[in-house]
Design a protein. Structure first.
Lengths: 623, 229
């Protein structure tokens, strides 16, 4: 090859003859010191006179005849030269400073931008699907929030990185979503008849996980979660329903009422409540467990209230039956007439109920109305063995059934949320207008309705009922009035994105979570694992066995809590294992474990809080 | 130099794609313009001839929201690689925040690459800058050609300085490695200005460019168990 670089005049023979005889394949040894210094220049040049001594005899003309070419610089073929240089001679300088680790660990701005847009596109697609699905009446039975969550929880794959620089572990892990319950397992409420709302006429049946039923008897679908992570997670949220099949009866006996056969004993309390299914003004329904709230006699049923007050304190099954019969007599054969039967179990003094629940005042305490569990069939009007569940307030005839409910609570405790289907008139909070809110929600002022709609437009849709607390102008009292329940105490006001400093509209994965935590000061690693001892995602510093750590964490909690619960009465969900080097900070939320390895034996309190919040949010997301 | 406008919550950073002629600088921008299809991006302004020679420079504006509360606008420029346009390259380098040096993997272009790299350092000096101050990323382009120069030689040639630079293999025509290169350059800039926000500032003061947002003390209390030391 080097012969081709020489002027033809200096060659002893023609180049073709060298190539034909194979002489051109003979390799020529050149001094390395003359080549290495030139490599960084992108070319290797040598004076012809320096090359001559290295050529075998017979290749070049006599030196005297080519004297004029001696000073010429001969450009050597760089590829042939470099490929013959030992790789170790091309090593980088040993004192070279490496790239800052913070730069390497930083998230890719433009990749995340693309991923975010892809997530938004997927979100829009899912929204479209939801709208289409919500138009199907049968879909109301299906809690699609879980399915939607599972669908949107999978972030788009990151583009492959070809960086020669070691990068973080790739791959994202998403939490599995529980399987979608079958709609066929849902109990079907009976058709509304003349005894609608009368618990006497309806034997208690196991309450579904959902608190409200539409007038048509459909269980409203919960709010569809279309984002991978809850924007407003709530600590220790109630677990999702295992199934929507009827729950086995669980006797609940409270107060002086003798335990009746009904598995779930709820007291009818006249309170206009706005649960996931928003009741119409004429049929506000609520519920509470016996003894939790004082029964309140609605004004139109003073006779019944007096009768209940007379016989309630020590009432037994006879009293209950008598009251039920009295309630039935008040109701008569027409459901159009308002009728209320006060609970005879606990005639505790309480604010006067409002038969007409159309008052726009929100802060005003409203009477509670309890509802009965959804009946599976319509029994005879009065039966001695019927549960002491009292009828609900029916102040006005039911209007036309509103559209199917798509705003509902996340799965909640069935005991407090059993509700008769007959009085539940609700509409889609994510689709209604301010006018709908004003006209259909008792106590909802126009300002509040507009504020709710404005906030809904801002966030896209309500994911859960607690999101109403973020509406501008709403107070806890108003929330309680509207929903019939107190605001959750341990609600996380910040979303996961806000907690970890991600853009609000960014679709983040578990890897993003652990990577962001690993970037905290003095944090050397972060791993998310399961109670099974298997790691989900995360990195650990060198010298730490990741698999051992994640397998160790659940056992450590189990061992500690055996004695810790005896001492403090509760189990701990946070452990710190300080060592001279890396300290292990372990957090637990149900079956999720977050292990943070830090150089500090005591992490800053705000980091501890965020770690707990993140874990709680992830647990909810997993649900 | 970065331009930070606190009133509009916007940060402008200038990244220049530098390299020898026909090494693929404009192709990088064209590919980026295609890849970031839905991003908030500007139009790609390119003054190239029919022979794919950039006459003046190419320009592409990309926005990200990496820094919380700020919109970071990266302005991507290329320079004409031909030697005769050195004045233009000097002009384009004015106010540069980061550099992507594109290396042609052709053996025959190696000398041009080295010459362009030297020219880059000279022009930076003309702008009272240096590669020590300016974050830069190396991109070894055209890795799909047969007999491409090995990476170890390219590293030995272009990345054997006191501070190692991030280097990426790429095939700009197909988009391979293009986004990674830009991401690395952006990360370098964000890391730099998150530590030393000494850029031009307009609007309100109170710079707070911390990339990692620490949790606030106002974080709500969570009922949880006790820590056991």
């Amino acid at each position: 090859m080097i012969l081709r670089c020489l002027p033809p005049e200096v060659l002893a023979e023609e180049l073709s003859k060298f190539e034909a005889t194979g002489a051109a394949a003979v390799e020529v040894g050149l001094p390395m010191n003359m080549i290495l210094g030139q490599l960084p220049s992108g070319k290797v040049e040598m004076a012809f006179q320096d090359l001559i001594p290295h050529f075998p005899a017979g290749y070049l003309q006599p030196t005297e005849s080519i004297a004029g070419y001696l000073p010429n610089l001969i450009s050597l073929p760089l590829m042939d030269v470099v490929m013959r240089i030992p790789p170790d001679l091309l090593a980088l300088r040993p004192d070279q400073k490496d790239v800052d680790a913070s730069v390497i660990n930083m998230a890719d701005p433009f990749t995340e931008e693309i991923l975010r847009e892809q997530a938004e596109a997927a979100h829009r697609q899912s929204q479209t699907n939801i709208i289409d699905e919500s138009q199907a009446p049968q879909e109301e039975f299906v809690p699609r929030d879980q399915a939607e969550t599972a669908k949107s929880a999978v972030p788009p794959p990151r583009p492959p990185t070809e960086s020669p620089i070691p990068s973080r572990a790739s791959g994202t892990t998403t939490l599995p979503a529980p399987p979608m319950p079958s709609a066929a397992k849902l109990p079907t409420p009976p058709p509304m008849g003349g005894l609608r709302g009368s618990p006497v006429a309806q034997p208690p049946v196991p309450a579904p996980a959902f608190r409200s039923l539409s007038p048509s008897g459909h269980i409203p679908a919960p709010i569809r979660s279309t984002t991978a992570l809850p924007t407003r997670p709530q600590m220790d949220a109630p677990p999702p329903p295992e199934s929507l099949a009827p729950v086995p009866p669980v006797p609940r006996h409270t107060g002086a009422i003798p335990a009746p056969p009904p598995p779930r004993h709820t007291t009818s309390l006249p309170v206009p409540r706005w649960t996931g299914s928003i009741p119409a003004p004429s049929q506000a329904t609520s519920q509470s467990t016996v003894g939790a709230v004082a029964p309140q006699a609605p004004a139109p049923a003073e006779k019944i209230a007096a009768a209940a007050a007379a016989g309630a304190p020590d009432s037994g099954a006879d009293n209950l039956q008598r009251l039920a019969a009295l309630a039935m007599s008040q109701l008569g054969d027409s459901t159009e007439s308002p009728a209320e039967v006060p609970p005879k179990s606990e005639p505790v003094a309480s604010p006067a109920p409002e038969p007409k629940i159309t008052a726009p005042k929100i802060e005003e305490p409203a009477p509670a109305i309890a509802s009965t569990p959804a009946p599976a069939s319509q029994p005879p009007p009065v039966a001695p063995s019927e549960p002491p569940v009292l009828p609900k307030v029916i102040s006005e005839p039911l209007p036309e059934p509103l559209p199917s409910i798509s705003v509902a609570h996340p799965p909640a405790e069935p005991k407090a949320h059993a509700e008769a289907p007959s009085d539940s008139v609700a509409f889609n909070l994510n689709k209604c207008t301010a006018e709908d809110l004003v006209h259909n929600i008792p106590g909802c002022s126009r300002e509040l309705a507009e504020s709710i709609v404005q906030y809904r437009n801002k966030i896209g849709s309500f994911k859960r009922l607690e999101d109403l607390l973020d509406v501008a102008g709403i107070t806890k009292a108003a929330y309680t009035h509207l929903t019939g329940e107190a605001p959750p105490n341990n609600r996380i006001p910040l979303s996961l994105n806000e907690l970890l400093g991600f853009p609000a509209d960014q679709h983040i994965s578990l890897k993003d979570v652990t990577d962001r935590i690993a970037c905290w000061p003095d944090v050397t690693g972060c791993v998310l694992s399961q109670s099974s001892g298997l790691s989900l995602v995360g990195t650990v510093p060198e010298g730490v066995d990741k698999e051992a750590i994640v397998a160790f964490a659940p056992r450590m909690f189990e061992a500690i809590n055996k004695s810790f619960s005896e001492v403090s009465g509760q189990e701990t969900d946070a452990l710190v294992i300080p060592t001279s080097g890396t300290s292990f900070h372990l957090f637990r939320n149900r079956d999720l474990y977050l292990i943070i390895m830090s150089r500090l034996p005591q992490m800053p309190e705000r980091h501890v809080k965020v770690a707990r919040f993140v874990l709680a949010a992830l647990s909810i997301r997993r649900d | 130099m970065a331009f930070i406008n606190y009133s509009s919550r916007e940060i402008q950073l200038k990244i220049v794609y530098y390299g020898a002629a026909l090494c693929g600088k404009t192709t990088n921008l064209v590919t980026l313009h295609k890849q970031i299809t839905h991003a908030q991006k500007g139009e790609l302004v390119s003054l190239a001839t029919d022979a794919d020679r950039t006459l003046f420079f190419d320009f592409l504006s990309l926005n990200t929201k990496t820094l919380p509360g700020f919109t970071t606008r990266f302005q991507l420029y290329t320079v004409p690689g031909q030697a005769i346009y050195n004045t233009t390259r000097q002009l384009v380098l004015k106010g540069v925040d980061g550099i992507v040096f594109v290396v042609d993997s052709h053996w025959e272009k190696m000398a041009d690459n080295v010459e362009s790299f030297a020219n880059l350092q000279e022009n930076l000096i003309e702008n009272h800058l240096s590669l020590v101050q300016i974050p830069y990323v190396l991109q070894y382009n055209k890795r799909d050609i047969p007999n491409a120069a090995p990476v170890n030689y390219l590293e030995f040639t272009f990345n054997n300085r006191a501070n190692r630079a991030l280097a990426f293999e790429s095939v700009a025509s197909t988009g391979s490695g293009v986004l990674e290169t830009l991401n690395a350059a952006a990360r370098l800039l964000l890391a730099k200005y998150s530590k030393t926000p000494n850029a031009n500032v307009t609007g309100m003061s109170q710079p707070n460019l911390s990339v990692a947002v620490p949790p606030t003390e106002e974080s709500p209390q969570v009922p949880a168990g006790n820590a056991v030391a």
